[in-house]
Design a protein. Sequence first.
Length: 229
Amino acid sequence: MVEVLRFFQLYEAVIYFLIAVGVIVYAWRFWLAWEEGRQAVYGLERTSAQRRLNQNALMIFILLMMGVAVFSLVTFIGPTLAPEIVLPLFPTAAPLLDEDGNLIEGADGALATATPLPTVDASPAGCVEGSLIITSPTAGETVSGETAIEGSVQVTNLGFYKVEYARAQEELWLTIQAGRSPVDEGALVPVWDTRNIPPGEYVLQLIVIDNSGQSLPPCRVPIRISAGP
């Protein structure tokens, strides 16, 4: 199951593109069949056109349902069942050895490692009090177990919003929950279970997409997740 979710997350955009192409192709065939049926003179022609009309309509429906299924897997089911699949632990770097088999150390005595990944920009520049903001947990707060994420989403032309998180050392966002209704100083995520998330430094992100498909600057809050009692 984990590998299936990983596949859909990696190739989500490609899958949506292929589905869109399929819908366009079958919609064109549907229109051709409809025109043929409208212009048919004999009953046999109308029956054939109706059959192809139904087949194309069924394929369009199946493709749309596939799109909904992929979106649900990636956005809702994946984060709930296996959050670790899109937020992997950093692999342990293998020690670097010289030609004589001795460990190579840095100037400060630390073991040499590969170039670190860019850290997440945790600037709160996109947060707007009372409009687009995460009020709990607060910046720098440590959370564990089940916790709530509270804030406000009060913007014009709201399409939908989503709350995500990522490691502070890795620009790889994982959706916790999404919604379409405005929130006024309430729960953006009523219950966020952090028990299966490795302890460490993280960044919460509240991002809003308006009804024209444009993303507003994200509101970000740095937090720490602990292993709990």
